[in-house]
Design a protein around this ligand. Structure first.
Ligand SMILES: [Zn+2]
Length: 402
């Protein structure tokens, strides 16, 4: 059975490469965000294999594909999740290739989204096509969510599908890149993110008499430089890098050259691990601000959370991880390593809100060589083909297990 599946997956290698290229050629750039064309392409491909396809559009042009292939028994349901949107290509002068040309060179496909993460979506589809081509009768259902809006937080994508009850499964795989310098790994956890707006308040005055005012920009500068070396207290995690703070990713203050600014706004990007949450982050920052206030009594600062996504993780002994280890060993002969990346992703919705055991990242994108979000983004064709096989074995094992 397994060798029949792998035989079909080998025959589908060219199909997966061409499908990845077709997906890269559709510029589903977010912002502004328009997944309508690419969703249709993915939906039509899934229909050809036998999936029942629904399009869910929470806002005009923000289209999610929700596709189901029904199993013939009472096996478990597996959900694959991948995002259709990509970040803008940035400065074209830094690219050696057309970002939407999907050029193939030296065993790699180049273009925006090749690594993050259209290759994974093509591999999901290739894996399912191989199952169907091999006439495998699945016991459980397979659901594919090809979603909108991951790159700007997911409220029109996975967040919406979870909120509306579309995400129901016994296990899920988010196909975000998990290859580190050509080595296939699995991401069992993701950091959470907490975006904070700080506001300092001062007192406006004529700038020719600086002592008459309170300069809110200077107070903000004091905070931002204190934050540069500030470490959030958090229990260490076996895989995730320690929490980070990037202070002053946006800053606004002052209205005129000769007026002492009475207000300054700055944003912080904070990434956290299990053991921390938004409230604890605010508490620790407040303690720091209290120390600053002792030095500078006129100091006034407030904080507002702009966006919060908690960290998420799957237990290491979960069935899905055991099957993934087996599938990688079978296909590549290598032992699968668990390793975490720096970013946050849609798995937090599936784990924290839909309560589905979810692999936070398991896909062909390479963290060192793939250049996700940068120029000359690419994916290795060999690794893409390996993932098509790995996904098909994972589906087989999970949906037929009891
Ligand atoms: Zn991504």
């Amino acid at each position: 059975m397994i060798d029949e599946i792998l035989g079909k997956a080998r025959l589908n290698e060219g199909y997966v490469v061409e499908l990845t290229r077709s997906l890269v050629k559709v510029p589903s750039v977010n912002p502004p965000g328009d997944e309508s064309e690419i969703a249709l392409l993915v939906g039509e491909e899934l229909e050809k294999i036998g999936f029942k396809v629904n399009y869910v559009e929470p806002s005009p042009k923000r289209v999610n594909v929700v596709a189901t292939l029904k199993g013939e028994g009472d096996g478990k349901t597996l959900l694959f999740n991948g995002h259709l949107d990509v970040v803008p290509p940035g400065n074209l002068e830094n690219w050696s290739f057309d970002p939407f040309g999907a050029v193939v060179k030296d065993g790699r496909i180049y273009g925006r989204g090749a690594c993050d993460m259209k290759g994974a979506i093509a591999a999901f589809i290739g894996a399912m096509k191989s199952m169907v081509d091999a006439n495998i009768a699945l016991k459980g259902d397979v659901i594919i969510h090809a979603v909108a809006d991951e790159e700007t937080g997911g409220k029109f994508g996975t967040g919406y599908l979870v909120e509306k009850g579309y995400a129901k499964a016994d296990g899920a795989v988010v196909g975000e890149g998990s290859v580190f310098n050509r080595i296939i790994c699995l991401r069992p956890a993701v950091r959470g993110l907490c975006w904070i707006e700080l506001e300092t308040k001062g007192k406006a005055a004529h700038a020719s008499k600086p002592w008459a005012g309170v300069n809110a920009v200077l107070h903000m500068a004091m905070i931002l430089s204190a934050l540069k070396d500030f470490k959030l207290k958090c229990p260490p995690h076996k895989y995730l890098p320690a929490p980070t703070i990037s202070p002053g990713t946006i800053i606004r203050g002052g209205v005129k050259t000769n007026v002492i600014p009475d207000r300054c706004i700055a944003h912080l990007d904070v990434r956290i691990n299990p053991g921390l949450n938004d409230k604890l982050v605010l508490e620790q920052l407040n303690n720091l601000f209290n120390v600053l206030r002792e030095k500078e009594p006129s100091f006034s600062v407030s904080m507002k959370i702009l966006n919060y996504a908690p960290p998420a993780e799957i237990p290491e002994d979960s069935e899905l991880i055991q099957y993934a280890k087996w599938a990688v060993k079978y296909v590549t002969g290598e032992e699968l390593k668990l390793k975490a990346g720096y970013g946050s992703n849609d798995s937090q919705f599936l784990i924290n809100r839909a309560k589905i055991p979810t692999i936070c990242g398991f896909g062909p994108g390479d963290h060192q060589l793939g250049n996700a979000h940068g120029p000359d983004e690419n994916v290795s064709i060999d690794i893409l083909n390996a993932f098509t096989k790995i996904y098909s074995l994972l589906v087989y094992k999970f949906t037929t297990s009891s």
